[in-house]
Design a protein around this ligand. Structure first.
Ligand code: NAD
Ligand code: ISE
Length: 339
């Protein structure tokens, strides 16, 4: 039984605790912490976990074999570095850290440790539809890829959400997905700014992010974070001999009053419910079998952060911004990275 300590018991922290305590096998949540001590006490009390004052206490707890970081992005680095220093596997929700420099410090700490400890929460790699899309692409059925059209639509976002977060917090999922889908790095980013939606108030919403893959494939991403009607994630690859796209929004179709209705998920918890289950179950299995995670790496977290920074620079300047990565350490070129 893998004993997991959770740092950050907000929305996704609670959702991951629910799945680890009621859905997944081979895992138990033994400790929690949150800067909001009342939330931590409530969540920890409900599952009988030790409630610690700090995330560092969670990492140091002998009843914790592995750590799940679900706190706000700017706090990720300190907890991931603490876990690496303790030699404990750490699953960190996206983004790995909020600056490329912080991500690089994590990469360097893991390389110095000498084997993989870090997995980043890019759950689309575990989503059934995205996995089918990638298998179809790799089968050659639609020929060589030329373009991918994506849409990332949130019903609404919290009041603290800034326009840059459309890149750093939202599009970062497509940034990781594109690197994984096409098996190559992103070379440059551009951002187009359409007319502003009245639903977003002062926020510049929507945005159109354009990613140039190293091979010349172009990925366009519509980012609409106040679309109101629900949570809608789209992706269609255009190949030389055909196209392939993520399928219907819902497994349910309602026919009534002369209409066919396909329900739209309310948010990311509903749309990616099974992807999160698979993501964490595979993490638990990988640690049980080999002691190392096999999913998105600290390098993937770093690469996504560099592209995200390029996207923010493109948004601010209106220019095309090239992406430059440091040399990839050997630790991450291993065939062991499967997801
Ligand atoms: P949230 O605000 O609901 O929860 C974050 C929690 O972290 C809060 O309870 C807050 O008190 C706590 N916290 C803040 N600073 C802390 C610190 N220093 N130590 C301990 N706890 C601290 O936010 P959320 O929506 O749950 O997002 C949390 C993280 O998960 C973010 O990095 C976000 O980007 C990521 N996320 C990922 C997905 C996904 O689809 N993979 C979806 C949502 C959120
Ligand atoms: C949130 O943090 C997520 O990761 C969701 O998947 C994404 O859709 C949303 O825009 C982010 O704010």
């Amino acid at each position: 039984m893998l004993k997991v300590g959770v740092i950050g018991t907000g929305m996704i922290g609670q959702d991951h605790i629910r799945r680890m305590t009621t859905v997944l096998s081979g895992v138990a949540v033994t400790a929690v912490s949150d800067v909001d001590s009342a939330v931590a006490a409530d969540v920890g009390g409900r599952i009988g976990a030790t409630v610690h004052a700090t995330g560092e206490d969670v990492v140091a707890d002998p009843q914790v074999d592995a750590v799940l970081v679900c706190s706000w992005g700017p706090t990720h680095e300190q907890y991931v570095l603490a876990a690496i220093a303790a030699g404990k596997p750490v699953f960190c929700e996206k983004p790995l850290a909020t600056t490329q420099e912080a991500c690089l410090r994590i990469v360097e700490a893991e390389v110095a440790y000498g084997s993989r400890l870090v997995q980043v929460g890019y759950m689309r790699r575990f989503d059934f539809a995205y996995r089918q899309l990638k298998l179809t692409l790799e089968s050659g059925e639609i020929g060589s890829p030329l373009m991918m059209h994506c849409a990332h639509r949130n019903a609404s976002v919290p009041s603290f959400y800034q326009k840059e977060m459309a890149i750093t917090d939202t599009a970062v999922h497509e940034i990781d997905m594109a690197r994984w889908m096409f098996g190559e790095e992103i070379a440059a980013a551009r951002v187009l700014v359409p007319r502003r939606s009245r639903n977003g108030g002062e926020l510049q919403d929507p945005l159109l992010l354009i990613l140039e893959m190293a091979s010349g494939v172009i990925v366009d991403v519509e980012l609409s974070v106040n679309i109101r009607y629900g949570y809608d994630i789209r992706g269609e690859i255009v190949g030389e001999d055909g196209t392939a796209a993520l399928g219907s929004l819902s497994p349910l179709e309602i026919r009534t009053a002369k209409q066919v209705i396909t329900p739209v998920p309310a948010d990311w918890r509903e749309r990616f419910l099974q992807a999160y289950d698979v993501e964490l179950q595979e993490w638990v299995h990988a640690l049980a079998l080999g002691g190392r995670p096999l999913g998105p790496t600290a390098w993937d977290g770093y690469a996504a952060a560099v592209v995200s920074d390029a996207g923010v620079a493109a948004l601010r300047t209106g220019e095309r911004v090239e992406v430059t990565l440091v040399e990839q350490p050997k630790l991450y070129s291993s065939a062991e990275v499967v997801a």
